[in-house]
Design a protein around this ligand. Structure first.
Ligand code: S3P
Length: 166
């Protein structure tokens, strides 16, 4: 199947890239939007401290997405090597592209995200440091985003797409 998944920390541009790809005619899915459609209260679970419930819902959405037909999937920032859905993602042979950013570069983009509100900036940065190696381990490709605009990042993602599928 000609499919790619986009992973990376909140604010790294996964959803924005998928939205642009969609305008160019690619079939895209965004797991956060699907979660919200299924349960508009879902993201509140992260702020209220019941993260496991959110991850359970996220895992079931991912399971459906993996069975569906798409070109690009934008996953939430919680998707990495240690996520409960990892085994299923791995077994689906979906190739993942990690949009790698420094924490400093993401500043201003994640402060309103529920996990950041719950953990505070220091806790959120610790989470970032913990996750970076997990994204690297999960991904087949890494695209650096610092100092680059969306169109430049998308070009590199498209090069990966072409190298795999054209
Ligand atoms: C999360 C990131 C969010 C969303 C949820 C949990 C996380 O997605 O899935 O709030 O665990 O970092 P974005 O990466 O699109 O912000």
């Amino acid at each position: 199947m000609r499919r790619l998944g986009l992973i990376g920390f909140s604010g790294s541009g996964k959803s924005s890239l998928a939205a642009i790809a969609s305008k160019s005619g690619f079939k895209t899915v965004d797991t956060d939007s699907l979660i919200e459609k299924q349960n508009p209260e879902a993201f509140r679970l992260l702020e209220d401290g019941t993260e496991d419930d959110f991850r359970t819902l996220e895992t079931s959405v991912i399971s459906e997405v993996l069975k569906s037909d798409f070109d690009f999937a934008a996953f939430g920032g919680g998707i990495h090597f240690a996520h409960p859905a990892w085994k299923e993602i791995y077994e689906s042979s979906l190739k993942l592209v990690y949009l790698r950013s420094s924490f400093e570069n993401l500043a201003g983009r994640f402060e309103e995200r529920p996990l950041c509100r719950r953990l505070g900036l220091e806790g959120y940065e610790r989470l970032f440091r913990l996750r970076c190696p997990l994204y690297e381990k999960a991904a087949s490709f890494v695209v650096d985003t610092d100092g680059r605009g969306l169109s430049e990042i998308l070009s590199e993602v498209m090069e990966i797409w072409n190298s795999l599928f054209q």
